[in-house]
Design a protein around this ligand. Structure first.
Ligand SMILES: Nc1ncnc2c1ncn2[C@@H]1O[C@H](COP(=O)(O)OP(=O)(O)OP(=O)(O)O)[C@@H](O)[C@H]1O
Ligand SMILES: [Mg+2]
Length: 506
């Protein structure tokens, strides 16, 4: 089915999120939509899906003008969507979530669970997803939740499929699988819109590329365009995809972790006797395939895990068994893997989110009074510095684009008095220009003497930031190697192969 968007204009108050956008996607085509954070990509797709009503413009499917009152109409017309922010219901099972929005019911009006379970199993097998239809969504890691979203969109045999940044939470391997699936669907005639900030993916699957900036289409690019060309078209200026980073000048060990183990809520040992040090002024990257204990390791350091044994100390003082707040107050900054769960409150303003966890003392609170003037100045400064695209500091964070939400977390955490900075997937969902900025900030923190841990499944990010790399595999650290270790060696270690640990601190 051919999709055509004509002259779409969508405003939020005075903000023009989509400004007269034209876009055609042919059957059998993967059309990549590129643009910086807040450019208006998700908004445009939400208009297509009937979630927003555009002030102007038309949606055509095979040249017939459509009028969608809501997502139900869009689905019925053959449009499927994998949302950037999951639309899953956490307390429902995988099958129940997939079934939502399907109209088929059995007699008595009961939803047809047996058939849905079967559909989930079939699609899951076909795409190698290994999904349990009866698992509760809230128990699943984000990467697996993403698969549920994908299965949900695929289960309706959509003729037009939208993928809004599906790969932000997938591992490189999962991403490759998804790209294969997209190619299969394209070859079977589906029209696909694919939104991603990762240029490698664009070059791998795109048949056509449209670039949006500040709500307007600024041009088309060829899939053969170089990373630099795509980046500058998106951001409107040249971007350094690999920042300049001088050698580290590490000081004394700051974070010392000895024999740390973590048992999760189902009794599995997810971190297994891990020991390492991070010196002041160095960046230790923790690489590994998602789900090998990295998340739990950072959560244990932050006081977010229940069953932890072993020792954790910062500058010689024990961190174990402190509450999250106490850990943060001992000079630790934390960027959680899932900002929507641990990092932000969607119904609070940008300013309030910028002081979250810091409301228990100066400079934000004096003599029990919130310092509104200080907060406003601070927030304005951070919004400017981190280029957070919001209408104002009083905008609710839930209204910001995905990448801009991430920038709020980073701005807050990097503006504490830091001794240790722990960042899990810090640039998830960020555009290339913002990645450049955030990487520069992280290196600046290092150079100011902060000990830094960056957990990343992106080897590009590991290469850009790491002074040393610890590779995790099945809950253990399989080796610690220098930051410039080749991708091939890191890849082998991530698959569980031991390697000499030349980079380890003696
Ligand atoms: N419900 C809403 N209310 C008010 N403003 C909104 C709403 N949804 C989006 N916006 C604003 O519209 C603009 C475009 O946001 P959108 O989410 O479409 O960006 P995006 O291109 O998807 O960015 P990202 O790459 O970060 O996901 C942003 O300035 C955003 O703050
Ligand atoms: Mg978006």
């Amino acid at each position: 089915m051919k999709l055509e968007l004509r002259g779409i204009t969508k405003r939020f108050g005075s903000l023009v999120a989509n400004d007269n956008i034209n876009l055609t996607v042919n059957p059998g085509e993967i059309h990549c939509l590129l643009g910086e954070n807040g450019a208006g990509k998700s908004t445009l797709m939400n208009v297509l899906y009937g979630l927003y009503h555009a002030e102007e413009g038309e949606i055509l499917l095979d040249d017939v003008v459509q009028d969608f009152a809501g997502p139900g109409d869009a689905m019925a017309a053959g449009i499927g969507m994998v949302h950037q922010h999951f639309m899953l219901i956490p307390v429902f099972t995988v099958a129940e979530n997939v079934m939502l929005g399907h109209e088929e019911t059995t007699f008595g009006g009961r939803l047809n669970m047996t058939a849905t379970r079967k559909t989930v199993r079939e699609l899951s097998d076909r795409f190698g997803f290994d999904l349990d239809p009866d698992a509760l969504v809230e128990d699943l890691p984000v990467g697996v939740q993403q698969r549920v979203e994908i299965i949900k969109a695929l289960s309706k045999n959509a003729q037009v499929l939208v993928f809004d940044e599906p790969t932000a939470v997938l591992t490189p391997q999962e991403t490759d699988e998804l790209m294969l699936i997209m190619k299969q669907l394209r070859d079977a005639g589906t029209a696909i819109v694919f939104i991603t900030h990762k240029l490698r993916e664009v070059r791998e699957v795109a048949d056509r590329i449209t670039v949006i900036r500040l709500g307007k289409v600024v041009g088309e690019a060829e899939p053969t365009a170089t990373n630099e060309e795509l980046a500058s078209l998106m951001v409107g200026r040249a971007v350094d995809l690999m920042i300049d980073k001088g050698p580290a000048d590490p000081g004394a060990p700051a974070l010392v972790v000895k024999d740390l183990s973590v048992i999760d809520h189902v009794g599995q040992m997810v971190v297994n006797r891990v020991s390492f040090e991070v010196r002041a002024g160095e960046i230790l990257a923790i690489a590994g395939v998602q789900g090998n204990g990295q998340t739990e390791l950072t959560e244990a350091i932050m006081g977010l895990q229940q069953h932890v044994t072993g020792e954790i100390s910062l500058d010689g003082k024990p961190l174990n068994r402190l509450s999250v707040n106490k850990v943060l107050n001992s000079g630790v900054g934390f960027v959680p893997e899932d900002r929507n769960v641990d990092g932000l409150v969607g119904d609070f303003t940008v300013a309030e989110n910028l002081m979250l966890d810091r409301s228990d003392g100066e400079p934000f609170v004096k003599f029990g009074n919130l310092q509104l003037g200080y907060l406003a100045t601070f927030a304005e400064e951070k919004v400017e510095q981190f280029d957070i695209r919001a209408q104002g500091i009083r905008t609710l964070v839930g209204r910001l684009s995905g990448g801009n939400q991430q920038k709020v977390v980073l701005a807050r955490e990097l503006s504490r008095e830091l001794r240790l900075f722990v960042a899990a997937q810090p640039t998830r969902g960020l555009d290339v220009g913002s990645i450049e900025f955030v990487h520069t900030q992280i290196v600046a923190a290092r150079d100011a003497g902060v000990a830094v841990i960056v957990v990343s499944t992106e080897l590009d990010e590991v290469a850009a930031l790491a002074d040393r790399v610890a590779v995790m595999y099945r809950g253990g650290i399989i080796g610690i190697v220098p930051g410039d270790t080749s991708r091939d060696v890191l890849g082998l270690m991530m698959a569980g192969e031991h390697h000499d640990s030349r980079g380890a601190v003696a």
